[in-house]
Design a protein. Sequence first.
Length: 450
Amino acid sequence: MKVDVLVIGGGLAGLSTAYHLRRERSGLSVLVAEKAEKPGGRAGTERKGDFLFDHTGHLLHLHDPYGKSLVTGLLRGNLALHERSSWIHSDGVDTRYPFQANTFGLPLPAVADCLAGFARNLYRPRPLGAAPSFADWSRAAFGDGISRRFMFPYNEKLWRTPLGRLTTEWQGRFLPRPKPEEVLYGALVDQKRFFGYNAHFRYPVRGGCQALPDALAARVPELRLRAKLTHVDLAEKVAVLEGVGEVRWERLVNTMALKDFVDISGPHPAAVRAARARLRWVDVHNLNIGVGRPAVSDKHWVYFPEARYPFYRAGFMSNFARDLAPRGSSSLYIEVSRRPGARVDHAELERQCVDGLRRAGLLRRSDRVTESMWIVIPAGYVVYDRDRTPAVGAIQRHLRSRGVWSIGRWGAWKYSFMEETLLDGRRAALEILGRRSAETRSDEPLRALK
């Protein structure tokens, strides 16, 4: 078999690439190879009993005009807009997200500690070098109190890495930095101003997050399921797919984890193999549970910085869409990170998680867990240490010299969200067609879908 473009992975990045190649009427032959029995990858949804569980909370934050037009066109009639309700549980109370702008409600000594550290930085700013660590940046941006009470414990729990080794490259829109007056105001009153990129989000009314890749896959006839990639010869431009055999390609778009793609492809020079060895990540163990009580909370998700809770975040999926849980029930997702290779007793960890939710007041002692499902996400978060960017750059340059685009959250080895992943696929398609600087009107995806 021979194709002009072979796409590895039928998740959002891979489907978007094939969709945009087709929409541009490229005339290229395309094959999208997905190892699972359905499209979607980590943007998929699993059914357990009468519940629908995503691979942790997957919400649509649409900021790019083209991305918004594409998603709303794909999910026309099956998309609801929500106003975020996100909180932090610490010191036995719930405060609004983000912590640095909403210390009102904490014990007074904690509020004073946070404000004092922040004020000190205003009058005696901490010097920062050209490439500060996350720990140094946090102290300089928020002060010792906010860093000690939230930034440090939460991020240590998530990244499982000393914060002095983390860079600030991953933050971007993910970590709001409020103005001084907003920090003070949020300590004095329960302010309801929204901060950050996710103040509002969209979510399918029916079918869970799976509705989005399904809608995209319906427009990608080149998708081949149960076609796991087992080897890529970069010199000969030949890939081996289970159930398909050898496929010769001119250009290849990879969306599987960069570390895994390097492991099953070659030949690679020594510098690329050394770069692969420097990649770091944490795995996410996602516990999904169904509870036999409706509306157990009015929140969307809650962050947990304190070590006495084994999870760093918990969310209420049934508040995204009633379709996700049967009548009279609620559903939650609970996220725990672990270093790769760590031994995890899921039965014991589930007991600890449910107990933690009860201690935090999110579940009652009488609440009965009626369904549960673990979904493990390898390399759920890429660790942005000082090795990450030069290592990824070395690998990507080598792959591009061999006609390979490695894109998406996992293929590009980055921290991103679903809209960005869709745009990555569009960008790859345009680059393959030699239209890197092409601009597309924001209403074009709607016209293309008609």
